[in-house]
Write a protein that binds this ligand. Sequence first.
Ligand code: CMP
Length: 165
Amino acid sequence: MTNPSEPAGPPTLPPPSVPTGPRLHSRDSLIGADGLPTWTRLEIFHGLPSKTLENLRDAMTSVVFTPGERIITQDDTGDDMFVLEQGSVKVSVRGTNKTTVFERVLTAPALFGEMALVTSEPRSASVTAETRARCLRLGKEAFSELMRRNPQASVFLTKIVGERL
Ligand code: CMP
């Protein structure tokens, strides 16, 4: 209980607000032991000249998701793809009766969110950060440019989408 004869203490300040949603980071990529950005190890980027890789990197935005944060929601329209640079994410597919029919954890380096761009269908699954997940986000236009410049990438994507379907 407070004593009215005692001087009032300092006013109580509300706790500092915690930023919600993804936090944007510097454009630096995570570098592997081989001195190259880890995302360039993914098959989709193989065979691309370093200039194209640089342009691609410029077209991607770094984004960090906190554990449990929703990155993609099933059935939404998709207009970007993600390269997971660090951490892991959980892919879950819900059936018509809302029960989870499929779950899979993807660990970096990995790719997700490519299906909606390839098939022009709504998102096939929800994707949630399992751990702190550091990603690079590639928009639709940059994605189309990548496909135009690298026929190998479209072959790879068609393969990966086929496997995931
Ligand atoms: P997209 O459909 O755009 O959004 C959800 C993403 O989850 C999807 O792209 C794939 O990247 C990923 N996904 C869907 N199904 C699978 C699967 N069977 N295995 C791995 N990833 C998947």
